[in-house]
Design a binder for this molecule. Sequence first.
Ligand code: C2E
Ligand code: MG
Ligand code: MG
Length: 396
Amino acid sequence: MFLIADDDRSIRQLIVAMLDEIGVSDVKEAASGVEALFLVDQYPDQVEVMIIDLCMPEMDGIELLRALAERNFSGRLVVISGLDKSVLRGALEVARMHPLNVVGALPKPIDLIELTKLLQRTVNLTGKADESFRNLQLDDLFDAVMHRQIKPYYQPLVDIRNEKVVGIEALARWEHKTLGMIPPDIFIPMAERKGVIYTLTNLMFELALKDFQTLKLLGYPLQLSFNLSATLLNLHKLPDNLLKQVEKYEINPEEVILEITESFGIVNDREAMETLSRLRLKGFQLAIDDFGTGYAAINNLLNMPFTQLKIDRSFVTDASNNEVAKTLLESCLRLSHDLELEVVCEGIESEEDLNLVRRFEGTIAQGFLISRPKPFKELVRWLESFDSIVKGSDSK
Ligand code: C2E
Ligand code: MG
Ligand code: MG
């Protein structure tokens, strides 16, 4: 269910109409923060996305964010505000200090195109667009893992300063016989819930290491980024197992960056923290993935053994046209410099995004502008041609 909290009726109507346009009909409206909270309490766990106007009478948006945090609200939030940037920044800071999941923010007057884009993104995130995958069963997933129908695609990462490819990220794809390509947002959460994630991760890691070894033999000195589900961090044997796997392919753990999604829980979980430290001791590098979407109070980050921070694409894609995203992006970049973490900006889709990141002294870029995720063979061809373009421009 979507919930819109705005005291302005015409804005609520506008958003309802736009949601309808993109196929979302389960929408509730609240004319105040109090009413919004009432609905959240009345429909526990049913509000998937909440759109909040910061400036409302009685209970303002910031108080509402606090109250949602107290209730451990786990839905996604979109913040709208007619106030100046500093207020919005304050509100987003509040959201970041609490375990809240802000997926975007928009200044008023609302730009319809921006709002549509943002809503479309939240709809994709909640999986509404993927009705056809609803009936997938655990058995299907188990079969897919056993029969190796899940395999890695790769997306390159480029250092903006010298335009060199520095690494590749392995992204899981499920090639289903009848449904076609199933994206990881559908099956990874399922694998996590049903306890298949460990077997799936082993398979993915094995395949990715094998390809990575091939790349090394071809003479590409890259790094391999690999997504690790936070739920695996409670497995005591994980560091040793991963190490065994890299050794089998004569890969140095320093060449592997394990990405962990910034999610509520890790920072408060002693066991998970221990595993992270042990992975680091074994030589693996560690990245915080999707930074900005989850909950990590900034001071907690200081105590964690991460080496890289990946800024979530919701703050990067199209940031040049969005003051709020731009502000957030800039503060994330400043933070990573202060913490001396290597920083990757995900979701670079246009030259404007790239130039903005460059201007803010971001260092590594990843996104559709550079390349979409590709099967291994295509990646090799892409690397060859990218090499020759860069070499070509060097010799000019
Ligand atoms: P992620 O690790 O943050 O990966 C980046 C996602 O952003 C990928 O989506 C990639 O295709 C997408 N992306 C990259 N550049 C752009 C861009 O310019 N524009 C847009 N719109 N999107 C871009 P993908 O492959 O669908 O993966 C989604 C998520 O699923 C990943 O997010 C990661 O959290 C998870 N995932 C993927 N493979 C694995 C895996 O093997 N294990 C685990 N635990 N999670 C995985
Ligand atoms: Mg990742
Ligand atoms: Mg990410």
